[in-house]
Design a protein around this ligand. Structure first.
Ligand code: PG9
Length: 623
């Protein structure tokens, strides 16, 4: 047998010194179909922003697609593949066929970018005394790109969803002339009124994880540590949202302190609401405002930005697209949404057949087979896109009240009177999903289509239902909840859900038998019934009106189905609990402030509770 040991001799090349990691490593890119550049782009104040650029090999005269993000630009190119389409994250694959130069940039102060981070930094002005914002940063970036990326044709399009959709909207306040087309996808537009932070003043407290995720580190921060698997328990045991935040160190976070000092819709929120600012600085950039019908994070932004611009006379270059999607699903697969199945991949088809051809039209002059209409809104019942040339802004709609009636009935006849009461107990708030509700929640994306039968038997949830419909009821527009109620408390929340009750059996899909599908729902904090800026206590035991707009729908209630309106006073733990005792700032309510209240929903005569429905006799949609 070989021995070998005695002749072992150490030569110099065997000796391990220094480091096995070279000072610099360059990936040979001989077989790559693109070139990757990591650059630091200087802004007007000298701060440099980290930017990742993928340029197809041999490219010339290509348009550039820019996304600005607080979520790590490098993460948009997760794979070290020689093929551009394999290198980029799934949402950008359709753009990575060699016909676009792709650009992602870290916003100021996050990940690889220099400078200071401010959460959704307000535009320069009273809330931002500096000389830069995300409008100037987008402007300077585009300026640099067209001057330095010689393979480009000098034209830029911007996309991005949610926060990245907000960066698109910010760029539109004063766009660089090279910005030729834009698609804010599920953009955060007004964080107080109906996007990520509050809905009509009710705090979306599960977003407290977002505060630590974004603002404890320059890179990705941790979520808030949990004592229990079930967030219902975690938030209930914590007390108020402020108690929860204090217990987890939030006082160290400037954003939380600023946020917590402004629970009402004061100047802090009003002056950064982009649906107010965009019409004051309208752009001529062709813009596709895009969101999901059941967008669980930013259901407010796109449609309100589009409506505000349209109302101000800027409808010609602004289009509205609402797909059958959860938040940002436009950038993923769109075969289904929870139990709702579509005939194809609605997201990929939209990207490939509408969005990219539309971008190509403005960025390389390619004619479009079909012009983009004023609005394209998916019809989730007929399972097809409806195209509208006259989708109305909410204020111009004709609305038909559907009234709450005796014996938990619902109908178009105004009832003479009556009412129903329930006890709302902050110690037992109504969950928004069946418990347990883990922090990493698989149902988060689809909670807005969850079967509402899981709460129907609760004594603090009222469900009003029509008889079985014999004719189709078609809704196109924004329903408005118009609730008249009294309470024994001095504050309180109202949750109103418009629901399609499916027939008891469905032979083709038995699991949908009797399904209670929410098609539009929202929450309203009672203290804001007179003014969002100046809250006031509810007068105990006096009937008050609570009127608020629900998310827009393009829906058909079919014969055999029933329409339901459900009312309750909490939606927990997604929204913080209202103590039902008026306190100056609910974020810091004390345990003794949380009190049971008896809530009575009036049918009349002191106000006829109803949901005002955008019923249309004849749809004007084309397909
Ligand atoms: N909805 C997320 C968000 C946007 C803006 C601020 C806070 C959160 C997002 O998905 O980006």
């Amino acid at each position: 047998a070989p021995t070998g040991q005695s002749s072992a001799k150490v030569t110099p090349d065997m000796i391990q010194t220094g480091s096995d990691i070279p000072a610099h490593w360059t990936q040979p890119e001989g077989n790559f179909d693109y070139v990757k550049r990591d650059v630091m782009i200087p802004m007007r104040d000298g701060v440099k922003l980290h930017t990742v650029i993928l340029i197809p090999k041999g490219a010339h005269d290509l348009p550039m697609l820019l996304e600005r993000t607080p979520y790590n630009a490098s993460g948009f190119v997760p794979n070290n593949s020689p093929h551009m389409a394999d290198a980029v994250w799934s949402g950008d694959k359709d753009w990575a066929d060699g016909s676009y130069i792709l650009v992602w940039q870290d916003v100021r102060g996050k990940y690889g970018s220099e400078g200071k981070y401010i959460m959704t930094r307000p535009p320069m002005g009273p809330l931002n005394p500096t000389k830069t914002d995300d409008t100037t940063d987008a402007w300077d970036t585009i300026d640099w790109l067209v001057k330095n990326i010689t393979q480009s044709n000098g034209k830029v399009g911007m996309i991005g969803s949610s926060y990245d959709g907000w960066t698109v909207a910010m760029a539109l306040l004063h766009p660089n002339p090279a910005l030729k087309v834009a698609a804010p996808e599920s953009p955060m537009i007004d964080g107080w009124m109906g996007d990520d932070w509050y809905h009509y003043g009710a705090l979306r407290q599960v977003n407290l994880d977002y505060f630590t995720g974004q603002t404890t580190r320059k890179g990705k921060g941790e979520s808030v540590p949990r004592d229990n698997y079930d967030d219902y328990t975690n938030f209930l045991e914590a007390g108020s949202a402020g108690d929860y935040a204090d217990a987890h160190g939030f006082k160290q976070l400037p954003w939380w302190n600023r946020f917590a000092a402004h629970p009402a819709y004061d100047a802090f929120w009003q002056l950064q609401a982009l649906d107010k600012l965009l019409p004051e600085h309208p752009s001529s950039v062709p813009t596709m405002w895009l969101q999901g019908l059941w967008d669980q994070e930013d259901i407010y932004g796109a449609i309100h930005a589009w409506e505000a611009l349209t109302k101000a006379g800027h409808g010609a270059n602004n289009h509205l697209v609402i797909g059958p999607w959860w938040h940002s699903q436009i950038n993923r697969q769109g075969w289904h949404l929870g139990p709702l199945k579509w005939p194809g991949d609605t997201a990929a088809e939209f990207r490939q057949q509408v969005m990219i051809p539309w971008f190509n039209h403005y960025l390389r002059g390619t004619p479009m087979a079909k012009p983009l209409p004023q609005a394209m809104i998916y019809n989730a019942v007929e399972k097809r896109w409806d195209r509208f040339s006259n989708w109305k802004v909410a204020s111009a709609q004709q609305l038909t009240p559907i009234y709450l009636q005796a014996d938990m009935g619902l109908g178009f006849q105004q009832p003479a009177g009556g009412g129903d009461s329930y006890v709302s107990d902050p110690a037992k708030p109504v969950p928004y999903l069946p418990r347990p509700i883990p922090q990493k929640n698989d149902n988060w994306r689809t909670w807005l289509v969850h079967d509402q039968r899981f709460v129907a038997d609760r004594p603090d949830v009222l469900s009003y239902t029509t008889p079985v419909l014999t004719k189709t009821v078609t809704l196109q527009g924004a329903p408005i909840a118009d609730i008249f109620a009294k309470t024994t408390g001095t504050d309180g929340d109202f949750v109103v859900k418009l629901i399609d009750v499916y027939p008891g059996t469905d032979p083709s899909d038995p699991t949908m038998g009797g399904y209670e599908l929410p098609i539009s729902l929202d929450i309203f904090r009672g203290r804001y019934r007179k003014s969002f800026a100046d809250p006031s206590p509810i007068l105990a035991n006096v009937v008050q009106e609570y009127k608020f707009r629900l998310p827009s729908v393009n829906y058909e209630f079919k014969p055999g189905h029933r329409i339901m309106v459900q009312i309750q006073s909490s939606l927990f733990p997604l929204y913080d609990r209202n103590p039902q005792t008026y306190v100056p700032n609910i974020l810091f309510a004390k345990p003794a402030d949380y009190k049971k209240a008896t809530v009575t929903i009036e049918h009349g005569p002191d106000g006829h509770s109803a949901v005002l429905l955008p019923v249309v006799a004849h749809s004007t949609a084309s397909h």
